[in-house]
Design a binder for this molecule. Structure first.
Ligand SMILES: [Zn+2]
Length: 151
């Protein structure tokens, strides 16, 4: 299968996605920790709780891939591409995924430098207390490896 034309371009939104009085798009639970925005006119904003976010995120990626596939197949060459998405979360699930990608750079991609790893560790540490749930051991191990020793 040719993955080189994969068009998933969900960008990261750095704003705080935690909304204690918003209810989850999937289960209706109060208190969301993730937000996905479709940059359409008007924008579509979806909010999810910690439990639903991993599944919701996969669905959104599948939906975006499908929209791009349809767009590429469209006989009308003037059709503009479907709007992109951005997302922000305070889910450890995303941090773990990110660290896995980092550990296995894509074919042809370069590995992160020590300096980059140190700054990633600093960013993770900076938001650690805002995250939903306990820090997974994978993340803890990464921080132990790349965080400067506490003064
Ligand atoms: Zn939910």
């Amino acid at each position: 299968m040719d993955q080189s034309h994969s068009s998933v371009t969900i960008t990261v939104d750095n704003s705080d996605p935690r909304e204690p009085i918003a209810s989850c798009e999937r289960c209706g639970k109060l208190g969301t920790i993730a937000r996905a925005t479709r940059h359409s006119e008007p924008p579509l904003v979806l909010r999810y709780c910690a439990d639903c976010w991993p599944a919701a995120q996969s669905e959104l990626e599948a939906r975006q891939n499908e929209e791009h596939r349809q767009w590429r197949l469209s006989p009308d060459k003037d059709t503009s591409p479907p709007p992109g998405w951005s997302s922000a979360s305070r889910s450890w699930h995303d941090v773990v995924n990110f660290l896995r990608v980092l550990a296995l750079p894509p074919k042809g991609g370069r590995a992160a430098t020590k300096q980059e790893l140190l700054s990633i560790a600093a960013e993770i540490s900076a938001t650690a207390n805002e995250m939903s749930g306990a820090m997974p051991s994978e993340v803890r191990a990464f921080l132990d490896q790349y965080s400067p020793p506490a003064a």
